[in-house]
Design a binder for this molecule. Structure first.
Ligand code: EPS
Length: 416
């Protein structure tokens, strides 16, 4: 692994932290460039009350000096403002017993279907002051609040990618049963500016109104909605990833990273599942001799930028399916873990639809995987080293195209 990162922190604890290790030195990086993406993650129609409490800002406490990465581990912290309203419940220090008299103080004893509450209880066995099952500890770490630090770490990773001419963006392609009218693959560099202008991060205004209506209806009916977002990446050099061994194939690494985001249930690359329905001739992308310094052109990009687990120089396209959030205000049937009685599941403040925010988290995970792949191929301890090697590799590919052109010109001038 070239780049590693850890996240830590509970949803309502004092703060969230990330440590990112393996970033080359001399990459320009400001806290404001991290905050910009943290703010994007907080947006989106269908969020619960929490996003009105928090204004996520990263504090840098290591690895960056005078606006440049140092090559040492980078530590980022985001304060949970909501911690202040949780009294003794989330304190790291031992506390006296408190009254179980509110949603926040009451132990969680009825697992929510779709959440990890029950499995986490069985696995870690957390208990309340009376020694009874209490799933608060499980909920705290399982919460999608953790994705704040993935976005923070991803913002660091994407700075290196940007310095190497690689851009990542995302947009929502469906919410519930409402799908956008799908056209060409959008340009990654301008994608976020366009998507962020929409409350549901879609490029299709007709679908936008219907999606907002669907979210309003779900909220009114005390229900939740999932959907699909797409991450697009432009500027990738040919040859990232590997076809020679299973655990270095980039499609597998991307799918794993994207599936590790809370509530994600499926990942498609390029044409994805649709490819299984078509014949080969309608799936695989023909080669054409390239133009403008490009060695080859592809008239279409059904492969989504990856063939055999390796980047092929076309835009990377990943689509990710998110299930509806599992905390339902109109709670599903469950069982009280103390009495064994059937009852409605635990209910706690949550989002109604978080697909727009999930796209921003998806961008972060893609950035982290791609930096790893970039450093695996090119190495380098400083930005200059990495960039020089990436540019040399791009130049070599362009040289091949030039050689072809020279060869063709020569063939044309030779007398027959
Ligand atoms: C989230 C913070 C959480 C949830 C949501 C995402 O805040 P709270 O639990 O205090 O309302 O709103 O978490 C979930 C969707 C989940 O399943 O836990 C955030 O910062 O994104």
């Amino acid at each position: 692994m070239s780049l590693r990162f850890l996240t830590a922190g509970e949803s309502h604890g004092p703060a969230l932290t990330s440590i990112i290790e393996g970033m080359p030195a001399n990459v320009p990086l400001l806290a404001s460039q991290i905050d910009q993406h943290l703010a994007r993650r907080q947006m989106g129609y269908g969020r619960g009350g929490r996003m009105k409490i928090e204004t996520d800002r990263a504090t840098i406490s290591s690895g960056i000096r005078h606006g440049l990465t140092m090559g040492s581990p980078i530590t980022l912290t985001v304060e949970n403002r909501d911690f202040a309203s949780w009294g003794d419940v989330m304190k790291p220090e031992p506390v006296e017993r408190y009254a179980y008299d509110s949603v926040k103080t009451r132990p969680i004893q009825i697992p929510r279907p779709g959440h990890v509450d029950f499995a986490g209880l069985a696995k870690y066995g957390p208990r309340d002051f009376d020694g009874q099952p209490d799933m608060r500890n499980i909920l705290e770490r399982a919460s999608a609040r953790e994705t704040t630090m993935r976005v923070a770490a991803g913002s660091v990773a994407r700075r290196l990618l940007e310095e190497c001419g690689i851009w990542i963006g995302s947009h929502v392609v469906s919410i519930g049963t409402i799908e956008v009218a799908y056209g060409d693959i959008p340009d990654a560099r301008s994608l976020n500016e366009r998507a962020d202008a929409s409350p549901v991060r879609v490029l299709d205004t007709g679908a936008e109104a219907q999606m907002i209506e669907a979210i309003d209806l779900a909220q009114k009916e005390r229900d939740t909605l999932g959907g699909v977002f797409e991450v697009v990446c432009d500027g990738l050099p040919v040859g990232l990833g590997s076809h020679v061994h299973w655990d270095r194939k980039l499609d597998g690494l991307l799918a794993g990273a994207l599936m590790s985001i809370h509530a994600m249930k499926g990942v498609e690359i390029g044409l994805g599942f649709e490819a299984a329905r078509r014949r080969g001739s309608a799936v695989h992308d023909p080669f054409e001799r390239g133009h403008n310094g490009k060695i080859l052109d592809r008239p279409r990009n059904n492969a989504g930028g990856l063939e055999g687990g390796v980047t092929n120089g076309e835009p990377l396209v990943c689509r990710v399916a998110m299930k509806p959030i599992s905390t339902l205000m109109n709670a599903l049937p469950s069982v009280n873990m103390i009495s064994g009685e059937s009852t409605a599941a635990h209910v706690e403040r949550s989002d109604y639809c978080a697909v727009p925010a999930a796209g921003v988290v998806g961008e972060a995970m893609v950035a982290l995987v791609l930096v790893n792949a970039l450093l695996d191929k090119f190495g380098g301890d400083s930005l200059d080293e990495v960039r020089e090697r990436v540019n040399l590799h791009r130049q070599k590919t362009r040289d091949l195209a030039r050689e072809w052109n020279a060869h063709t010109a020569q063939a044309h001038t030779q007398p027959s």
